[in-house]
Design a protein around this ligand. Structure first.
Ligand code: ACO
Length: 703
């Protein structure tokens, strides 16, 4: 990304409005009026072939008539004129195109977008949009959009794929008292995308937090990269999280990989905090834009009401930062600022008698104490106290404590006076909310940010050329055979190339061969049909387990062949796989899918009902290393089972993490070949005893 080009697009020193109109109500009129009203300092050049003056500004028939240089042009002409106007821009030396016009790829006219991209490339211009509202910046006094006014001034930047939402949120900044420095409508992202803006904002001193409204990313991996590299917190609200497309998936993993799950995991990998809804996006943005991250989990709550204190305690547990009792010296000090019947444990209940002084004293002490890592101050409006005075006391205490690296969130519960006091707090840099739950949720966002900064790192990954070569032999043979589904035996050979601990499995083409192989592997064995046309072997009656002797082996051979033919008369039967019968362990599933946005993606979960019924699985965009694998184990609801629940000994998580890493290496190396895959079940044994991949499935990409 060229920073200078991006500056010309998003912080232009001069602007042309192409399609500026003298008719109020037209977008070309509104954009011009907005630039004027917002106090934009640079020269503005209205361009319209048939006007000489608009809104008191000299109007130019064409860009060529303008003598000064122009950084950016806001396009307000109909779609059929955009490309010709872009040509004019290029010739004039314009560097940024802010294309408000609709009618491009969003309505199936990708061709028009491609034309525009080509023109922009030819002249080295960057494009914001098309199909956008425009871009707004308080610090640049620039409303280059048709949103009605600049947002309430603040420290966050909103980047949104929905233009209408930008307009709505712009107005809502005033009612919610959440300030933004910038709002950028990103639209179709034909050139500049969300990742580019994240990168660009790293050097923007006026923006401390990036809030995203995402409908769908185009390049998921680029987004993860810029998220990881961001010097500022990023919070995202993702819409459109239904599991569309999952039904058509051929593998187990494919059917479980809904958009919500993959995006959720990708956000974690990118270090991006999530918002649950619009309210939550505002609330969390407020805290993230004003406060430092919560570095630990020693949270102190100071309140004048037991009820809100308990509500905060419940919320803290719900949001993963459970409360602890404060150490004795904190309690002893707190007791000095409360009556006999107060409680100093945590929440610190100063009681309804608490006035400004008690609040100020206790808040100042709490922030200064080394045990306290984050502070939540709650207040219930009382007849004896003045909310604004309490607010000022809290702010004074924060300033006097002088600790800039400890976050504070506040909740005032009450009426108009409390609302006014909270507005004052926010204006003075302290996030304040109308309910204790919200103050705790905001604190949890600050904790998530601290944790994500630790975990959202580039995983270690080195391509394994030798393994890839061995795997490609098997894949090429299957392709030569006209197949895009490997048989179990072939899939296991690919797994083995990557040193995955698969059960020994060999192919028998006759009853006698089956017996000989079973003897070689050692009874008991498992016998399974091998046919490219029968992927769901059990459904076809194609699996027999615990075959203990030769007679059972012969009988199973014939039954399986008969069942397979009954299931699919024309199935091409390669033979029967004779497989070592692995001792039973904790059933897990590993898989991969090819996400349209993020590419190869790894899935992990517990097998059996956990995956079938509860869909208790988690995802990571590949590559995944051992560290991230362990994060995945801890993330599923049934995490305790692997750690050894209900008296069972812990499972071999170390071996499992190594297996996930190898699996991920295989998927990454063979990114161009493998579409979906499953290792299911993977039986995990006690600590130190490893695991076995019992069944393997690989579906190739169609070529
Ligand atoms: N150079 C400069 N100006 C020109 C040129 C030219 N080559 N050719 C024509 N114009 C002038 C026109 O004469 C007109 O000015 P006038 O009012 O003085 O006649 C002006 O450009 C605009 O042209 P119109 O044909 O009047 O187009 P109109 O203003 O009706 O629509 C617009 C243009 C707004 C770009 C429309 O095509 C459009 O795309 N609208 C949707 C925009 C949108 O909603 N984007 C955000 C989506 S996000 C959301 O949902 C909110």
């Amino acid at each position: 990304m060229n920073h200078e080009d991006m500056n010309k697009l998003l912080k232009p020193k001069s602007i042309a409005v192409i399609g500026a109109s003298a008719t109020p109500g037209k977008i070309g009129y509104t954009v011009l009026e907005n630039l004027q009203k917002s106090g934009y300092q640079g020269p503005v050049y209205p361009i319209n072939p048939s006007a000489t003056e608009i809104l008191g500004m000299k109007c130019y028939a064409s860009l060529a008539d303008v003598s000064g240089s122009i950084d950016a042009a806001v396009m307000c002409v109909p779609v059929k004129l955009v490309n010709a106007c872009a040509e004019d821009c290029g010739k004039k030396g314009v560097k940024g195109l802010i294309v408000i016009t609709s009618g491009f790829s969003e309505v199936g006219r990708k061709d028009l977008e491609d034309e525009l991209i080509a023109t922009a490339k030819k002249y080295g211009m960057r494009i914001l949009g098309p199909n956008i509202v425009g871009t707004l910046s308080n610090s640049d006094k620039m409303n280059a959009s048709f949103a009605p006014f600049l947002p309430l001034d603040g420290k966050a930047t909103l980047v949104t794929q929905s233009g209408a939402l930008l307009i709505a949120m712009d107005a809502a900044t005033y009612t919610r008292r959440v300030g933004f420095d910038k709002m950028v409508s990103i639209g179709n992202m034909c050139d500049v995308d969300i990742a580019d803006i994240i990168d660009w904002l790293n050097d923007d001193p006026n923006s401390t937090c990036t809030s995203l409204y995402i409908e769908g990313l185009k390049d998921g991996r680029k987004f993860i990269k810029s998220g990881r590299a961001s010097k500022k917190p990023i919070i995202a609200l993702k819409s459109g999280v239904s599991a569309h497309g999952a039904a058509a998936a051929a593998s187990h993993t494919g059917s479980l990989a809904g958009a919500a799950k993959v995006y959720g995991s990708a956000f974690k990998q990118a270090g991006v905090i999530q918002a649950s809804d619009l309210d939550n996006l505002f609330d969390r943005t407020l805290a993230l834009s004003l406060m430092p991250p919560l570095k630990g989990e020693n949270l102190l709550v100071i309140t004048n009401g037991g009820g809100v204190g308990v509500l905060a305690t419940d919320a803290a547990e719900r949001y993963g930062i459970p409360m602890k009792f404060a150490p004795k010296d904190v309690q002893d000090e707190m007791k000095k600022h409360m009556p006999e019947f107060g409680s100093a444990k945590n929440p610190v209940d100063l009681t309804g008698m608490a006035g400004t002084e008690w609040y100020t004293e206790s808040v100042r002490f709490a922030i200064s104490h080394s045990w306290v890592e984050g502070l939540i101050v709650l207040y219930c409006e009382t007849a004896m106290t003045n909310p604004l005075e309490i607010a000022k006391g809290i702010k004074q205490a924060i300033d006097e404590a002088g600790q800039k690296d400890k976050p504070v969130t506040v909740s005032f519960v009450g009426g108009e006076k409390s609302a006014a006091a909270m507005a004052w707090l926010v204006e003075n840099g302290v996030p304040a909310y109308g309910a204790p739950d919200l103050a705790v949720n905001a604190m949890a966002a600050l904790r998530e940010y601290a944790l994500l900064r630790e975990t959202a790192k580039e995983p270690s990954y080195k391509p394994n050329d030798a393994a890839r070569k061995a795997a490609m032999k098997i894949i090429s043979a299957a392709r030569a055979d006209g197949r895009d589904a490997l048989t179990e035996i072939e899939a296991k050979q690919v797994f083995m190339a990557y040193n995955l601990p698969v059960t020994t499995t060999e192919l028998a083409k006759s009853e006698d061969e089956a017996v000989a192989l079973a003897k070689k592997i050692g009874f008991p064995v498992v016998m399974k049909i091998v046919s490219p046309e029968i992927l769901h072997k059990s459904d076809a009656g194609g699996v027999k387990v615990n075959i203990k002797d030769e007679a059972a082996c012969r009988e199973a051979y014939n039954t399986i062949i008969k069942n397979a033919k009954a299931y699919k008369a024309d199935a091409n039967i390669h033979g029967i796989a004779i497989q070592e019968m692995a001792p039973w362990g904790t059933e897990t599933i590993l898989g991969s899918t090819n996400d349209s946005t993020f590419g190869p993606t790894i899935m992990f979960g517990l097998g059996g009902i956990f995956v079938e019924v509860l869909k208790d699985v988690t995802f990571r965009v590949a590559p995944v290393d051992k560290v991230q694998a362990v994060e995945m184990f801890d993330e599923i609801r049934a995490a305790a089972i692997l750690k050894g629940a209900r008296g069972e000994s812990p499972r071999d998580r170390k071996a499992l993490a190594e297996t996930v890493e190898k699996y991920s290496n295989m998927i990454s190396d063979l990114e161009d070949e493998i579409s979906e895959s499953d290792a299911n079940p993977v039986l995990v044994y006690e600590e130190g005893k490893g695991l076995k991949v019992v069944d393997a499935r690989i579906i190739l990409k169609k070529k």
